[in-house]
Design a protein around this ligand. Structure first.
Ligand SMILES: Cc1cc2nc3c(=O)[nH]c(=O)nc-3n(C[C@H](O)[C@H](O)[C@H](O)COP(=O)(O)OP(=O)(O)OC[C@H]3O[C@@H](n4cnc5c(N)ncnc54)[C@H](O)[C@@H]3O)c2cc1C
Length: 387
């Protein structure tokens, strides 16, 4: 067994760290958070590093798929700012991984090169006002009229729909078919007539902000059904399939990046800050909080890397990715709250990064499938009987 990170991933981290130092200074990260602003110009510079091609095979202009490297990219960006990590995910993962996994040959040919060159962003349109964890209950309808779909309904908490090219929308495509057999994924262009996107003011993960989306008689070509004819009413298998398994790792990678940043800051602070004539890191309670946090961080990284390795080697990773989402997000929240305590009141004021890490981490045990839902997934997939 070899626990060393592959050399190419370590090199990628090095170049991303240089990029973050040059293009994503702390002041910029604070500004993007405060203004809830997507740094599009800096994102274009990130694209020039080639990282959006990590989920795209060579035949479509990329140099992937490489899940471990993709997760390392998300982690490194998240250490400084989710305002850059989230658009990266919307391109490389939401667009790249889903089209690779479920797109038709024509969709792969036309869309994947745009993932590789960083010009395509998808927003996820799963959640609705009355459908959160229970996604099979979505009500937004796609009615078929010749070669056109007429879409009506609403999507909620749709991150970045105001910046994306398409909403990767889970729609009810057959009202008469049984549950789980009546859903399709459809690429709804965000600029289409009848699409209204309204920003919401979220507590964390700011930059690519939350939105509410109303869809009123939106006309979408039937060729925008993901997978085209073969994808009609196949939304549920796509949702429960390998691309969405890996999606959980993206959330875990962001949480890991945040926890790493918080622990770096608290560790440095424990050396600098003196009380009772010694650095606070010399007091046992602070030493123990930091030592526990280092331990949890290592465990979180290993759980995430193991799940990414399973995905990269085409092994089933449904259970492990739910475990990674559950464990990393919960551990990261514990780590960040401990780190905030180490920094005392200085971890509670706007303008100090710790305050932002705390707001950001609070969304991760909820977004992308709550911790409770991951526990259900794990128990169900491992065959625990219900009675
Ligand atoms: C910052 C952020 C970004 C998001 N971005 C997106 C996005 O881009 N696209 C998108 O589609 N959605 C997005 N979401 C929505 C997110 O995926 C949902 O919030 C999540 O799936 C939970 O749905 P809900 O909030 O409606 O909670 P509900 O489903 O109403 O659940 C409420 C509570 O009940 C618990 N619960 C529900 N059912 C069960 C059960 N069967 N067993 C045990 N406990 C249960 C949940 O764990 C939770 O604690 C985002 C959310 C946040 C916070």
């Amino acid at each position: 067994m070899d626990f060393r990170e592959p050399e190419h991933v370590t090199q990628l981290r090095d170049s991303l760290r240089r990029f973050v130092a040059d293009e994503m200074p702390r002041e910029a990260a604070q500004r993007w958070d405060k203004n809830d602003e997507f740094p599009r110009a800096e994102f274009q510079k990130l694209v020039a590093l080639g990282v959006t091609g990590l989920t795209v095979p060579e035949e479509y202009g990329g140099h992937g798929p490489d899940i471990l490297a993709t997760m390392a990219t998300i982690e490194e960006l998240s250490r400084r700012s989710l305002a850059m990590a989230v658009p990266y995910i919307m391109c490389a993962c939401y667009a790249g991984m889903n089209i690779m996994a479920a797109g038709s040959p024509r969709q792969k040919k036309t869309l994947l090169p745009r993932v590789a060159d960083g010009s395509l962003l998808f927003a996820y349109g799963l959640t609705e006002p009355d459908a959160g964890a229970d996604l099979a209950s979505v009500r937004t309808r796609a009615a078929r009229k010749g070669d056109t779909l007429i879409v009506n309904g609403a999507k909620r908490f749709c991150t970045g729909a105001d910046q994306a090219d398409y909403i990767y929308a889970l729609l009810k495509s057959d009202g008469d078919a049984p549950r789980y057999k009546n859903l399709s994924f459809v690429l709804v262009p965000t600029k289409a007539k009848g699409v209204t996107v309204t920003r919401m003011d979220g507590i964390g993960m700011r930059g690519m902000g939350l939105t509410d989306v109303i869809l009123e008689d939106v006309e979408v070509p039937v060729e925008n059904v993901v997978g085209e004819e073969a994808g009609w009413n196949q939304g549920w298998p796509m949702l429960a399939g390998p691309a969405l398994d890996v999606e959980k790792l993206e959330v875990a990678a962001m949480a890991l990046g945040l926890a790493t940043a918080a622990l770096d800051d608290a560790w440095a602070y424990a050396h600098e800050r003196k009380q009772f004539d010694k650095p606070i890191g010399a007091h046992q309670s602070v030493r123990h909080m930091l030592a526990e946090s280092k331990t949890k961080l290592l465990a979180a990284r290993l759980v995430l890397q193991q799940a990414a390795w399973l995905a990269d080697t085409n092994k089933p990773c449904g259970v492990e990715s739910s475990m990674a989402k559950l464990f990393v997000c919960e551990a990261a929240e514990e780590i960040i709250l401990s780190c905030q305590r180490v920094m005392g009141a200085y971890g509670c004021v706007a303008g100090v990064d710790m305050e932002r890490y705390v707001r950001d981490i609070l969304v991760f045990p909820i977004a992308g499938g709550s911790s409770a839902i991951q526990k259900n997934n794990i128990a169900n997939r491992l065959g625990l009987k219900r009675g």
